[in-house]
Design a protein around this ligand. Structure first.
Ligand SMILES: [Zn+2]
Length: 229
């Protein structure tokens, strides 16, 4: 296996954030929709009712994911904005303290006092606000909170996952819903593991096993309620 020169290795952590979120969203969409459909189907209902349940689960899930994501990322963005304003204020009014603060950060990261001071001075001259946001607060352009984007991608990825379960439901067979869902979940688990740099087989097996439990539990509940009520 050929190795790239150091510095050119493929680092996926920065770029794959949204992709990992999309994989998790699709995962959620399949598990929750398929489980619900299997539970309803186990109660001996018609294919039409099972598919309608799946479509309702898709819409409800996608909207709830979007709203949840919008709220959580908006909160994060508000915090970032407040931090930015506070930092701007401090840089303007307490430049010496801020330089000292930056110097201590670089010392904690392993630079000696002289070098840390030199780096802090140079970076303050280059871009004081950007440097403080990045090295003090961990905010960079690439990880800035974007609520609408986060809400949209959560809803879309959930819908794609849920649609797989709904389409499988058209076959009118519980085992088809379960099998198609577990295969899709296995693939997603492998993709998720690949993004995290972990073992594909372990990643896929973990997701499939966890989802199989969800399907079995809802099947059992549906069967129980369908025969007793
Ligand atoms: Zn600062």
């Amino acid at each position: 296996m050929s190795r790239l020169p150091h510095g050119l290795e493929r680092h996926t952590a920065h770029r794959s954030g949204w992709l990992r979120a999309a994989v998790l969203g699709a995962n959620d969409g399949i598990v929750s929709t398929a489980s619900l459909m299997v539970g309803i189907a186990a109660a001996k209902t018609s294919t039409g009712v099972v598919v309608a349940t799946g479509v309702a689960a898709l819409a409800a899930g996608a909207l709830s994911m979007a709203v949840g994501e919008y709220i959580s990322v908006s909160t994060q963005r508000d915090t970032e904005r407040a931090d930015r304003a506070k930092e701007e204020h401090e840089l303007e009014h307490f430049p010496e303290e801020e330089l000292q603060e930056l110097t201590s950060i670089y010392q904690r990261r392993g630079l000696n006092a002289t070098l840390a001071h030199e780096v802090a001075v140079a970076l303050t001259e280059a871009d004081s606000l950007g440097t403080h946001l990045r090295d003090e607060l961990g905010i960079t352009d690439s990880n800035q909170a974007r609520p609408l984007q986060a809400a949209g991608s959560a809803a879309i990825s959930f819908s794609i996952g849920a649609a797989i379960a709904v389409i499988a439901g058209l076959a009118g067979q519980i085992w088809v819903i379960a099998l198609v869902s577990l295969i899709a979940l296995g693939l997603l688990g492998a993709i998720g593991a690949r993004l995290a740099g972990a073992s594909l087989v372990v990643g896929a097996a973990r997701v499939v096993a966890g989802s199989a439990v969800a399907l079995i539990v809802t099947f059992a509940l549906g069967r129980l309620l369908g025969t007793t009520i």
